[in-house]
Design a protein around this ligand. Structure first.
Ligand SMILES: NC(=O)c1ccc[n+]([C@@H]2O[C@H](COP(=O)([O-])OP(=O)(O)OC[C@H]3O[C@@H](n4cnc5c(N)ncnc54)[C@H](O)[C@@H]3O)[C@@H](O)[C@H]2O)c1
Length: 257
């Protein structure tokens, strides 16, 4: 039976873990996955908002669970991923979406800020990928890992993004290396680059005024969280079984202007 015969975009009976799923882009990703039938587990550092986001998915007719995980903390990741496997079984998919996006000019840059941003945006996806891939490999069922990086990597930069862009560039290396190591287990690893989305995190981001090319309006208009979720849904679906180590920008056509 091909993936298409078995329901190319149908995620019924599949568990997908979405980090940072309690806010912004994560809620759009979670909604798209739930509408495709997935059991979506919201993993967030904010336990209360994770529970509320899962409840909203269930109220909308979806299947959802929640877990408190600080992706930057190894013990929290190990404990949280084990709890997810015990409660819901081995996930089919992992979406590494949790991130922080404050800005700091290079000339004002501090090691403290570098360590804080890298811990969440780079170490977090590394730890989450390691734990969930271990479970996927042991289960022998294949799987999907999707990283949420940023269109800042393809030019939609604003001033203050030296640390942030570095933290997101690390995901491309992580994806490439882990795609190579996991391909024999039928686990794919891909990356989505969102353009600007007016989320709580983006609006509240601290730092210098975000001047630069990333400020330009994209020709197709600003994306919303579900635009990012649509690309993630495709990459998580059975239909994307032959796609790994790919990068998809969802940026409203920013790159053509
Ligand atoms: N909004 C944009 O314009 C934009 C553009 C490109 C990429 N992104 C990326 O998309 C992702 C989501 O961003 P958003 O705009 O929805 O942000 P957001 O702040 O609205 O949501 C991020 C979520 O991640 C959670 N989180 C933060 N640190 C965490 C940690 N250590 N452990 C677990 N959860 C944690 C937060 O509690 C929150 O629920 C981020 O990785 C961000 O870098 C956003």
């Amino acid at each position: 039976m091909t993936a298409h015969q078995s329901g190319g975009f149908d995620l019924t009976k599949r568990v997908v873990l979405v980090t940072g799923g309690a806010s912004g882009i994560g809620t759009g990703i979670a909604a798209m996955l739930a509408e495709a039938g997935a059991m979506v587990v919201i993993a967030d550092i904010d336990a209360g908002r994770a529970e509320a986001a899962a409840a909203a998915l269930v109220a909308g007719g979806g299947k959802a669970g929640h877990v408190q995980i600080d992706v930057a903390d190894e013990a929290s990741v190990v404990r949280g991923c084990a709890a997810v496997v015990a409660a819901h079984g081995v996930p089919w998919g992992l979406v590494n979406n949790a991130g922080v996006q404050d800005r700091q000019l290079l000339l004002d840059g501090t090691v403290a800020e570098w360590d804080r941003v890298i811990a969440v945006n780079s170490r977090g996806p590394f730890l989450m990928s390691r734990e969930i891939a271990r479970a996927m490999v042991a289960a022998g069922q294949g799987g999907r890992i999707v990283h949420i990086a940023s269109a800042a990597l393809i030019g939609a930069l604003t001033q203050g993004h030296a640390i942030y862009a570095s933290s997101k560039a690390a995901l491309l290396g992580l994806a490439r290396a882990s795609a190579l190591e996991l391909v024999e287990h039928q686990i794919t690893v891909n990356t989505v680059l969102p353009g600007g989305v007016a989320t709580p995190g983006a609006i509240a981001a601290k730092g210098p005024e975000p001047l630069g090319p990333g400020r330009r309006s994209p020709p197709l208009g600003m994306c919303d969280a579900r635009d990012i979720g649509a690309a993630v849904l495709f990459l998580v679906s059975p239909a994307a079984r032959k796609i790994t180590n790919e990068v998809i920008a969802v940026d409203g056509g920013w790159s053509v202007c």
